[in-house]
Design a protein around this ligand. Structure first.
Ligand code: GLN
Length: 243
């Protein structure tokens, strides 16, 4: 009986190990496909800039890209726990996040911008004092908006839900990344982006602290993508120069 239990226990350990780490020939990307043009659903597929960058990295490494779609605030956790090899979700590099995971070299610059209704009196970040602001849970918009004096934060699971609340007059403004902001403003009447950005940021790929080998591989793949012009090509496919 003892022997059996022992065998069962070791089998369970083996299974849990297999379940927790991806197979060697796969590259598992954790993302939240609610963030156009970086990652979003198109029919039954997940497409976008981050998807194509990770696909190119996987190709470079000779691995098969596997996309795991999850809530935004689970992306970094799943990299931290080793469930995913990398996190690519328009992730902004921050000091706090660097305490738990590593970031690759940045592949894009970004900004948190303010979306308001066309006739809003809010015309700069200073005007957000005392206002009700919609953000996406766990994003840098959420984190940095906490410092706005007397503001009330409404947190949504999806950026799009914050935009809907703004359209319905439930909140005064949305703080969100610039490229999704442009997409939402172009898809909905009556919205505009305030000229002055709220913050400037950089996007990078999240990798577990102990996986320095992968970090090196990803960084050299990103360097190659930058050098060859492939990165620009991917970005230009999703973001037109005139918007
Ligand atoms: N760039 C923001 C962040 O890293 C938002 C990313 C997202 O919503 N996918 O927090």
């Amino acid at each position: 009986m003892k022997k059996f239990l022992c065998l069962a226990a070791s089998l369970m350990m083996v299974f849990s190990l297999v379940a927790c780490t991806s197979k060697k020939d796969e590259l598992v990307m954790a993302t939240n496909a609610e963030f156009p043009p970086y990652e979003y659903h198109q029919g039954d597929k997940i497409v976008g800039i981050d998807v194509e960058i990770c696909q190119a990295i996987a190709d470079e490494m000779g691995r098969e890209l596997v996309i795991e779609d999850m809530a935004f605030d689970s992306v970094i956790t799943s990299v931290y726990t080793g469930k995913a090899d990398l996190g690519a979700a328009g992730l902004t590099v921050t000091e706090d996040r660097l305490k738990n995971i590593n970031f690759s070299t940045p592949y894009a610059t970004a900004a948190q911008v303010i979306i308001v209704l066309d006739d809003s009196e809010i015309s700069s970040p200073d005007d957000l004092i005392g206002k009700t602001i919609g953000v996406q849970l766990g994003t840098t918009g959420d984190i940095y908006a906490e410092d706005i004096e007397d503001a009330t934060l409404e947190r949504y699971n999806k950026g799009f839900e914050a935009v809907q609340a703004l359209l319905q007059g439930k909140i005064d403004a949305v703080i969100i990344d610039n490229e999704p902001a442009k997409v939402y403003v172009s898809q909905n009447e009556g919205l505009k982006i305030v000229d002055e950005a709220f913050t400037y940021e950089e996007y990078a790929i999240a990798i577990a602290k102990n996986n320095t080998e992968l970090l090196d591989e990803v960084n050299s793949a990103i360097a190659k993508l930058k050098e060859s012009g492939k990165l620009d090509e991917i970005v230009n496919k999703y973001i037109s120069a005139d918007n």
